[in-house]
Write a protein that binds this ligand. Sequence first.
Ligand SMILES: Cc1ncc(COP(=O)(O)O)c(C=O)c1O
Length: 331
Amino acid sequence: MAGEFGTQFMPQMSICHFDGGWSKEELVSSDSLSMHPGAHVLHYASTCFEGLKAFRQADGSVAIFRMDKNIERFAQSSRLLYLPEIDTEQLSRMITSSVAHFRDQVPDAPASLYIRPTHIGTEPAIGKAAAPTGTSSLYILLSPVGDYFSGGEASLRLLLDDQGVRCGSDHGMVKGGGNYASALKHIERAKVSVNADQVLFCPGGDVQETGAANFILIDGDEIITKSLDESFLHGITRESILTLAREKGLTVSERELSIAELIERSATPGCEAGLTGTAAVVAAVGTLIHDGVEYPVGTGLPGPKIRAMRDELNSIQWGQTPDTRQWLTVV
Ligand SMILES: Cc1ncc(COP(=O)(O)O)c(C=O)c1O
């Protein structure tokens, strides 16, 4: 598939608007959006979004992975940003019907259709710096995306940053544009200074998450990852992987992990680390960089455990193994 991730769009999108109540959804061109230059979102970042995927199944049908979880998180983000309360039934209908509309154009595995519900504050009111928007628009962009690993499976270089923060410590569970904006300066600086692919934010020395994915460490039969709190995004891939691991009898430790412990454990032969998220499912981490020193994780190369986790989740997403947990919505 040509083009970078997220740069191609289906020509139409489902949209609805809030002005005291929600309008009926309609399918409109996805080329442009008309709004007042004083719209609340353009000044005060009243915006949140979701990222989920539809997959072409082994039997030719199309199914969306964990849609209910993404809708729940979207509703929570909207609430925490004081955007109008979304109608989850309407949103579910907008997602399924727009994916069904383009069902024939959903690419075959390993490509997929990325779904981007977006909620923005539209009230033209630049005086509302400290007040919520009264009106909003909610739309669903659809973007066919290729195989994340089409260029081969590299192992990522992460800068462990215990100085910078991704976002406000009580705001990490909001999937809002402002959080990505505030993380960017740290990520760009890390690319230039140490050629890092991503920053692993570690406020106060506690390993948290990167700019767009959660972090897991696999040491023997144990998976270690930060326990849920409001400081970081509660990834749906993270939760799916931990569920599969628990079912297999692996030890899942949701707890604090310090930089010191992470570096120490990473030296263990067979130790693996990964970033979990919708785009890649799980991507291998090969090198940790801290205070100017580089530490390989295990061999420094992508390992078999991360690959097996990805294969297992992919095969559920692609309908190659039975969906015994009701994670798929067939459209
Ligand atoms: C900051 C951040 N953390 C974690 C994740 C992983 O979340 P999910 O697994 O739901 O895609 C994402 C998005 O993909 C993210 O942007």
